[in-house]
Ligand binder design. Structure first.
Ligand SMILES: Cc1ncc(COP(=O)(O)O)c(C=O)c1O
Length: 398
């Protein structure tokens, strides 16, 4: 009976993106809605060989229960890679999780009591709203500008009210594709040093930078923060492997919370991914993905330039998998979604990514999961749907 469910469940919307993905299962629909890596990015042969090696050389161990913290050589690998990027992390400060999504859940579990305030970007990652939402916090959101969160507003908010967590995605943000500048990263660290608020820095896309210069994680300026990473976008999301970097005290709590959730992450996956990283050069894999997504991103932007009305705005991300479109004021992307489906093209209306006062004329487009033909045709169809919507709403196309 429905009334037996915990009260908190009634407050969590089902993932709108997942609902949309169901609609877009029709093969005739060109979908820019999901957030999937391109299937050709998966190192299938290499994973096959790594899996075969693990199972022939270490099967008894690899099929057994393991430690909650995760396979130590995999954590050592992650720590070494951070060092290459200038961040010194001890492998014992890394917890392997079931994707970075579990990292978000564990963070919510150890920090949030009902009514605590979580500060997020406007807009933010939908499934983080879900993950934290289950712990019944109050959300507050701050504007995301072209070079990151509005730091004046951040300073003012942290000074005027008690904020427990500040959740940020500084690289190629989902949903907007926006990246924080170096100055903003430093400024955020400086502001947070004066407050108790914990920064939760989510970075699943950082390695997929295809233009511009690599920027240090905010954690390199702010030790007390919690940093999340993932193998989903660089190896395979199906392996479900991510990690959390946190200091000793936080780590102890995370480990306890994870034990209660699932004892440990899939150990076979950990062994296979580690074997893969040992036997193959990850840079080769990353270069392949970066090259592929840059092409797709460039094509999408070129097609938007060709087919969208000129007063439609869009971000031009330097990496990641998404770009963010803003229609002229007064237009509804939800209305556009219904029209676009008739043209057999889909995207995610922006409303889903706001915790309050959604900006209704926005939408997210994914470019990583479509090939050239689909990008060209899909953007053309979407352009037609936008123009038709503008005609109905009596907008003059400029
Ligand atoms: C910002 C952000 N965080 C976390 C995740 C979760 O990724 P995973 O659990 O596959 O590591 C995603 C996935 O799309 C994401 O976009």
């Amino acid at each position: 009976m429905n009334n037996l469910f915990a009260e908190r469940m009634s407050k969590i919307p089902r993932s709108f993106v997942r609902e949309i993905l169901k609609v877009t299962e029709d093969p005739k629909i060109i979908s820019f809605a999901g957030g999937l890596p391109h299937p050709e990015s998966f190192p299938y042969k290499e994973i096959k060989s790594a899996a075969s090696k693990v199972l022939s050389e270490n099967s008894q161990e690899a099929l057994q229960y393991s430690t909650t913290e995760g396979y130590k050589p995999l954590r050592e690998y992650i720590a070494k890679r951070y060092l290459l990027k200038g961040l010194k992390v001890d492998p014992d400060e890394i917890l392997i999780t079931n994707g970075s999504q579990q990292g978000l859940d564990l963070v919510g579990k150890i920090y949030l009591d009902k009514g605590d305030t979580v500060l997020v970007e406007r807009p933010t990652y939908l499934a983080a709203i879900q993950a934290f939402g289950l712990y019944e916090p109050v959300f507050k959101s701050l504007p995301l500008l072209d070079d990151g969160i509005d730091t004046d507003a951040l300073d003012e908010t942290l000074t005027s009210q008690k904020i427990k967590l500040f959740y940020a995605i500084p690289n190629f943000q989902n949903p907007t594709g926006i990246t924080y500048s170096r100055q903003k990263r430093q400024k955020i660290a400086d502001i947070l040093k004066n407050h108790e608020t914990i920064l939760i820095e989510d970075n699943p896309y950082g390695e997929i930078r295809f233009m511009g210069e690599d920027l240090p994680p905010i954690k390199s300026f702010l030790e007390k923060s919690v940093l999340l990473g993932s193998f989903s976008k660089i190896v395979s999301p199906g392996m479900r492997l991510g990690w959390v970097v946190a200091g000793k005290e936080v780590m102890e709590k995370l480990v306890t919370a994870k034990q209660a959730s699932d004892l440990h992450s899939n150990y076979l996956s950990q062994r296979i991914v580690h074997q893969y990283l040992r036997d193959y050069e990850v840079e080769t894999q990353l270069e392949k993905i970066r090259k592929m997504y840059k092409r797709q991103r460039d094509l999408m932007i070129a097609m938007i330039g060709k087919y969208f009305p000129h007063d439609v705005e869009y971000t031009q991300p330097e990496g990641g998998m998404f770009l963010w479109v803003t229609l002229p004021d007064g237009l509804s992307s939800m209305e556009l979604f219904n029209r676009a489906l008739k043209e057999k093209v889909a995207f995610v209306p922006g409303e889903a990514f706001y915790t309050d006062n959604p900006q209704k004329n926005t939408l997210r487009l994914n470019f990583s999961n479509s090939d050239d033909e689909k990008i060209t045709e899909g953007v053309r169809r979407l352009g037609t749907a936008i123009k038709n919507l503008m005609i109905t709403e009596k907008f003059n196309e400029s």
